[in-house]
Design a binder for this molecule. Structure first.
Ligand SMILES: *Cc1c(COP(=O)(O)O)cnc(C)c1O
Length: 483
């Protein structure tokens, strides 16, 4: 007879979990297939919110019952980003094969921090593919991350250590007596600010540079800002280039940034969260020089539609990358061969020691689609942005607020009003009605003091017709509001 201490968390009867597994898998594929029939988003009722206020469970609950609860209380209330008419914020859409990839990942449940097992080889191949795609040199390094915020953070840390030149890990930034400076346009993503805060440098170190009409960084003002700071005795650590800025999808002039960084010997970090993959598109000339960066951060969970979460950072100088993060006490030392060996340990290139096998889903998805199919999807989104912008321009009561550079359109309703506050109120009302209806989802931002609505199209499920629906919905709501 089985003793108490022979108990595990595995089931006694594996056939039961297997049939539940089959049922869930079928349901999930159905859920994805029928996503268009549902609302993009709907409010969570109070009685559902109350479910998530219960105390910690003490005793086992049948898995079948838990799954019923998931169906009733969780699956109906998603963010909406897998829906074909979701263009709020820059969110990826995922794919059905990605569901299967995650299932395999979680079955193997390996720790991809290091040692000799196959996940390291898969991740190394993904990194090699990315170096190749973006034109990074052979000897550069890289790591998969939980997303571009982490990738940006790694880039900033390496740039900081490179600029300071002494043992920053031991002495900290106190070892440097001069104020540090980081440069980027006023369109830079907030994750850069966060990175500076976490790096102990502080957000005051950011010198925000104004932008041109197309919202790309004004490189003349950038050069002047650097020169001025150096005269004041500051130490520049990094220039950050926006490759697809979050607000407008603008792209900074990479070759100009490279020139300036070479001139002053400053690290060039590029934030290409989604825009890096313009490399695959008909607009690849925008990012031709992307491989000249010292570090490049980007996401797979946005425009490459790999399930959340997975990003990547590439670093031109492997030594400075590794020396910024490597820490191998005796219990983590390699013993050459066997399980405890294993060449590159990814835990030496980032913060995490225990890491998910994210590389598997990237590897499987890249192979399943090939970069050619991704190119088609990205080109489609670029055309859709142009198409929707043309629909906005046709409406007398609407206006565009920024040129369409890539996949983002900034627009608003303007019935011929000058007052910015009034326009903001009006467009906020439109947003509220839009979320209420749940037929389309856009987001909002503010450009040079002007409030606007914004679509960021990173959605392989959207069709051209979906943008007609958006335009019609907009006019419908405006009609009701103007009454
Ligand atoms: C999304 C985004 C980030 C942050 O990436 P996460 O994956 O959300 O952490 C950084 N920069 C830009 C331009 C982004 O669009």
């Amino acid at each position: 007879m089985a003793q108490d201490n022979d108990k595990t968390l595995d089931p006694k009867d594996w056939t039961e979990i297997q049939s539940l597994g089959h049922k869930i898998l079928d349901d999930m594929i159905d859920y994805l297939q029928t996503v268009r029939e549902r609302k993009v988003w709907q409010a969570i009722p109070e009685h559902v919110k109350a479910i998530f206020e219960s105390s910690i469970p003490k005793f086992p609950v049948d898995e079948g019952i838990i799954y019923q609860e998931v169906k009733e209380f969780i699956l109906p209330y998603p963010q909406g980003n897998i829906h074909p008419r979701f263009w709020g914020w820059v969110n990826g859409t995922g794919t059905p094969f990605g569901i299967l990839a995650e299932m395999i990942m979680s079955t193997m449940n390996v720790n991809s921090g290091g040692r000799e097992h196959v996940s390291n080889y898969v991740e190394r191949q993904v990194i090699e593919w990315m170096k190749d795609l973006f034109g990074f040199p052979q000897q550069s390094s890289g790591i998969l991350t939980a997303g571009c915020s982490v990738s940006n953070f790694i880039g900033i840390i390496v740039a900081r250590n490179n600029a300071l030149g002494y043992d920053v890990r031991k002495i900290g930034i106190q070892g440097h007596k001069k104020p540090l400076r980081l440069y980027g346009s006023n369109q830079m993503h907030s994750s850069i600010q966060k990175a500076l805060e976490l790096a102990g440098i502080g957000s005051d170190a950011i010198n925000y540079v104004p932008t041109n009409d197309d919202f790309s960084i004004d490189t003349k003002l950038l050069r002047e800002a650097i020169q001025h700071d150096i005269e004041l005795g500051c130490t520049p650590i990094c220039v950050v280039g926006n490759i697809g800025s979050v607000n407008t999808g603008s792209v900074d002039n990479i070759s100009e940034l490279r020139k300036i960084c070479d001139e002053f010997n400053i690290w060039l970090h590029l934030d290409g969260a989604f825009g890096a993959f313009l490399r695959l598109s008909d607009k690849s000339e925008l990012v031709e020089e992307i491989g000249s960066a010292d570090s490049l951060a980007f996401d797979f969970h946005k425009w490459m539609h790999v399930q959340y979460d997975v990003g990547c950072v590439l670093v031109r100088d492997e030594n400075i990358h590794r020396s910024s993060f490597s820490l191998r006490p005796s219990y983590l030392a390699s013993i050459g061969s066997g399980l405890a060996g294993g060449g590159v340990w990814f835990s030496e290139y980032g913060m995490q020691l225990s890491r998910a096998f994210r590389a598997l889903k990237v590897w499987m998805l890249l192979r399943a689609n090939g970069i050619n199919r991704y190119a088609e999807m990205i080109n489609k989104n670029l055309r859709q942005a142009e198409y929707f912008a043309s629909l906005v321009e046709k409406q007398e009561n609407c206006e565009l607020l920024a040129p369409v550079i890539s996949n983002v359109v900034c627009f608003r309703h303007n019935p011929g009003v000058d007052d910015e506050n009034e326009l903001e109120d009006l467009n906020k009302k439109i947003l509220a009605a839009m979320y209420d209806n749940g037929r389309v989802v856009t987001s909002y931002t503010s450009l040079r003091g002007k409030y606007c609505l914004r679509i960021a199209i990173t959605n392989h499920r959207s069709t051209m017709k979906d943008f007609d629906i958006l335009a019609a919905e907009l006019q419908n709501i405006i009609k009701h509001i103007d009454k």
